[in-house]
Design a protein around this ligand. Structure first.
Ligand code: NDP
Ligand code: AKG
Length: 488
């Protein structure tokens, strides 16, 4: 299936108008599969950010006064429009970011589900009634929005992540200024089109595209910013946190991971092999929840390794729009070079390369950023392969002699996003749940796999602690008022 999507120019969306940047300049977005132009986005200036922030600020009172059920209705409309356009948007996603079309369509479908989930929040409870010590009084809580929320998103989930941040922000009464990752801003622009077509009032949702260090920075220091939610690299995330702390506004960060999978001696090996391959190589390993370290007990190490390699060899790599392709390219030349750098470093530091390790070559690959599914063994805890987030199709196999050593190794990282264990031993499952230092704890399942109705986030350096998605999102996007009403 070779789907042609036409290249187009995405404008900024400010105060319900599609407008060109004051700079008059655009940025080209190319496909990592073949370097074809996917489209153009605005190379925005600080003035564009200022216009968007002003629009969001002016809109915030009316949007809040409209009430939660009415706000939810807009999200239902946006969900329906996104659903009607799911295929072309998924095609653009695959072209622009590289993931296989089936995964892209799955992501858009998930976006529809997230919108419907938060649309439903429109008619769910807004607070609690608490018994007061005064029998003639009513003590209750109410929720208020933060105001103008800045949303800065990465390129790896250009549909799902903007939606899982914007939908709760909006339904709980905030207005939004979105700054999507430049590398996948054409796709995110198409998502914003769905919101625009849903008829949101002027200024409620605004999008400005362009360089993070220019316009992201301007957003962070803007006086009208009341809260910021960010997903991306640890360095930028820390900077966002510092800026927010200085302004005294709420911030939410989702950063990296170095997610371990423990394969215990009693594991169902076939199940573990499938889950490790899906977790490590789906989306070309470019998920913060991707499997990165595979910690295997000695008793089954050889058997597991053999099956893993055998199955990994069957993975088809290519243009994500081609039918039958399982794994696409790295999302950009930067990512491609960074992943190859990690592989080289792994070899230099003495890890043993079992599979892959090279860029793919040949007529199908030469124009794109393709890397072979790669497996190392003999990776010790101090090696770069075991410590740094690679964000590419690379597995580090690590052998341990028992369960206790496995847990210790799994926790030996600054990150704490997701971890999984394959075992049938109930005691080990219970101990794993208690001892593992991650926000997502997975048993007999891959490390990736996020459900929109449940809290999502990590421990340690993976997150600021303010969970996303499910009911947890309400805690970040609102503030509580405690109300005391006395009879007269
Ligand atoms: N947790 C996750 O899911 C993700 C983790 N990463 C990790 O980060 C590495 C680098 O990826 P990269 O795309 O460079 O990640 P970044 O953190 O640079 O980008 C994430 C978002 O932040 C914006 N941004 C960049 N600089 C600033 C700034 N100074 N102020 C405000 N916003 C800013 C980016 O804009 P722009 O696109 O214009 O640069 C983008 O929208 C990856 O290899 C991976 O390890 C990356 C993406 C997602
Ligand atoms: O695993 C997922 O579905 C989400 C991962 C994620 O949030 C990310 O990579 O940024």
């Amino acid at each position: 299936m070779q789907i042609i999507t036409k290249e187009e120019t995405i404008k900024n969306f400010i105060n319900n108008q599609w407008v060109e940047s004051a700079s008059g300049k655009v940025i080209k977005s190319i496909s990592p599969a073949d370097r074809q132009v996917v489209g153009y986005v605005q190379s925005s200036t600080k003035d564009d950010v200022d216009s968007a922030m002003n629009a969001a600020h002016s809109a915030k009172k009316e949007w809040w006064r409209m009430g939660q059920p009415a706000r939810g209705e807009f999200l239902y409309k946006a969900a329906n429009i996104l659903e009607q356009n799911a295929k072309p948007i998924a095609e653009t996603l695959t072209k622009e970011m590289g993931k296989a079309y089936s995964e892209a369509l799955g992501e858009v479908t998930r976006g529809v589900q997230i919108l419907r989930y938060y649309a439903n929040e429109g008619v769910r409870k807004e607070g609690d009634v608490i018994p007061s010590s005064d029998k003639d009084a009513l003590l209750l809580t109410k929720r208020a929005p933060l105001g103008v929320v800045g949303v800065i998103t990465p390129w790896n989930f250009p549909v799902a992540i903007p939606i899982w941040k914007m939908a709760p922000a909006l339904v709980y009464g905030n207005t939004v200024v979105l700054k999507p990752a430049t590398e996948s801003a054409v796709t995110t622009g198409k998502v914003v089109e769905c919101f625009a077509k849903a008829g949101l009032p002027d200024g409620v949702l605004n999008m400005v595209t362009g360089s993070g260090s220019v316009i992201g920075q301007e957003m962070l220091q803007h006086p009208f910013l009341n809260g910021i939610t960010f997903t991306g690299s640890e360095n930028v995330g820390k900077h966002v946190a510092r800026m927010a702390a200085e302004k005294g506004i709420k911030f939410q960060l989702e950063l990296g991971g170095k997610n371990p999978v423990i394969v215990a001696e009693d594991a169902n090996i076939d199940q573990a092999v499938d889950a490790v391959l899906n977790g490590a190589f789906r989306s070309t390993g470019q998920k913060c929840t991707a499997t990165s370290r595979v910690i295997v007990e000695s008793g089954i190490y050889d058997q597991f390794k053999e099956k893993l390699i055998e199955k990994a060899k069957t993975i088809t790599v290519g243009n994500g729009l081609t039918e039958g392709v399982w794994m696409g390219p790295c999302a950009s030349e930067n990512q491609f070079n960074s992943v190859l750098g990690f592989i080289e470093k792994g070899i230099e530091e003495g890890a043993a390369l079992l599979l892959g390790g090279k860029a793919l070559t040949g007529p199908e690959y030469d124009q794109g950023f393709y890397i072979e599914p790669t497996i190392f063994e003999g990776v010790s805890p101090e090696m770069t392969l075991a410590r740094e987030e690679i964000f590419g199709p690379v597995i580090a196999l690590m052998e341990v002699s028992n369960f206790e050593e496995a847990i210790e190794m799994a926790n030996d990282t600054k990150y704490g996003l997701s971890a999984s264990i394959f075992t049938k031993d109930l005691n080990h499952i219970m101990e794993f749940m208690d001892e593992i230092e991650t926000g997502l704890v997975r048993v007999n399942a891959e490390s990736a796999g996020v459900e929109y109705q449940a809290p999502f986030g990590g421990m340690k350096s993976s997150s600021s602690g303010a969970r996303e998605q499910g009911e947890a999102a309400k805690e970040f996007f609102t503030q509580i008022k405690t109300v005391f009403i006395k009879k007269v």
